[in-house]
Design a protein around this ligand. Structure first.
Ligand code: OKS
Ligand code: ZN
Length: 342
């Protein structure tokens, strides 16, 4: 299987993040991609190719132009306000506040375009996030050109990012951008299977009213885990998309045996839907030693996951999402790819 990767993605290198009421060292860091890349090389997964530079159009098919422009112009506005370190939002237009303001101050804009305070933005965030989206787009294009499986080594991740907001370490929704690109190039049905530990709220919301992109997600119960406010079992789509979203929230502590019934159900939905392409939002944060997560996958379970996904039998794009146990991240990720390749 070929891997798509760009060095530009490493330019987003946050130092700190807000979590557990403290400023802590950031966990969504460049070494995540570096260790996965090294393991892809060491275990001869296949050729590693650089992404194409795509125009802005495929991003605007998923994200609002004003949001994309906000990210592009963010650092200039941030530094013009006299700030020099990375940014965190801290005020949001919730419920009783106005949604329709044309706020101008960078602190207002940060709240307008975000969902949490846990996602630092820096000087190179936009460039890296563009490269990450280009990485997924290139994988999609390779599938259109006949590849049967491609690994899109994306970073920063994407599945929490929505139409006009960043959060959960995500800026552009790489999997969604790839899915929309495949639709725009004439494929009829795309399935996104999200196996990251966290619910992919951004992806779900983007396709919630659409039958042409099936969204299936297995994740930690949002009652107990980020993103808290989406990912419950009764969210199954709306309007024309009714029935085309499925969620399997699982209890903290879930191991492979606890996970497989949900995975089997998801695979049955895939069999019925018969997608032209499956996009796997591939987080490795179900791993037992993940520093921010509470599932109990072993490294071998990632081999099994890859083997099971192969049996779905459709062209597949793996898009990397989360996973923060850096030492094991390469092993766990390549286990999925090797399990898939057989
Ligand atoms: C607080 C924890 C925020 C969790 C972000 C989740 C990132 C992730 N700093 N999503 O899939 O892995
Ligand atoms: Zn995650």
């Amino acid at each position: 299987m070929k891997t798509v990767f760009s060095d530009t993605q490493l330019a987003h290198a946050p130092a700190q993040e807000i979590s557990d009421g403290e400023l802590k060292p950031a966990v969504e860091i460049p070494s995540r991609a570096e260790i996965v890349l090294k393991t892809v090389r060491d275990r001869n997964v296949g050729e590693i190719v650089a992404p194409e530079d795509f125009p802005i159009r495929p991003l605007h098919r998923v994200h609002s132009p004003d949001y994309v422009s906000f990210l592009e112009g963010f650092w200039e506005k941030w530094t013009a306000a006299g700030r020099s370190k990375e940014a965190f939002p801290f005020v949001w237009p919730i419920r009783s506040l106005r949604q329709d303001t044309t706020v101008n101050h960078i602190d207002g804009l940060l709240g307008r375009y975000s969902m949490d305070a846990g996602t630092p933005l820096g000087e190179h965030t936009y460039r890296a996030a563009r490269a990450s989206a280009d990485t997924a787009l290139t994988a999609a294009k390779m599938i259109l050109n006949g590849e049967k499986a491609v690994f899109s080594l994306c970073r920063p991740p994407g599945h929490h990012a929505g139409f006009d907001f960043f959060g959960g370490y995500c800026f552009f929704n790489n999997a969604a951008v790839a899915a929309q690109y495949l639709r725009d190039y004439g494929l009829h049905r795309i399935a996104i299977l999200d196996v990251d530990y966290h619910h992919g709220n951004g992806t779900q919301a983007l396709f919630y009213d659409r039958p042409d992109v099936l969204f299936l997600s297995i994740h930690a119960d949002p009652k107990e885990e980020y993103p808290y406010f989406l990912g419950y079992a009764d969210e199954t789509g709306e309007h024309a998309g009714t029935g085309f979203t499925r969620n399997w929230p699982l209890p903290l502590g879930t191991d492979w045996d606890g996970y497989t019934p949900a995975l089997e159900e998801a695979c049955r939905w895939l069999l019925v839907y018969k997608p032209d392409v499956m996009i796997v939002s591939l987080g490795m944060d179900c791993f037992e030693n993940d520093p921010i997560s509470k599932f109990a996958f072993k490294s071998e379970d990632y081999l099994r996951l890859g083997q099971r996904l192969k049996k779905v039998g459709v062209p597949t794009i793996f898009v990397m999402e989360g996973g923060y146990a850096v030492d094991a991240l390469g092993t766990n990720c390549v286990n999925v790819l090797e399990g898939f390749e057989g």
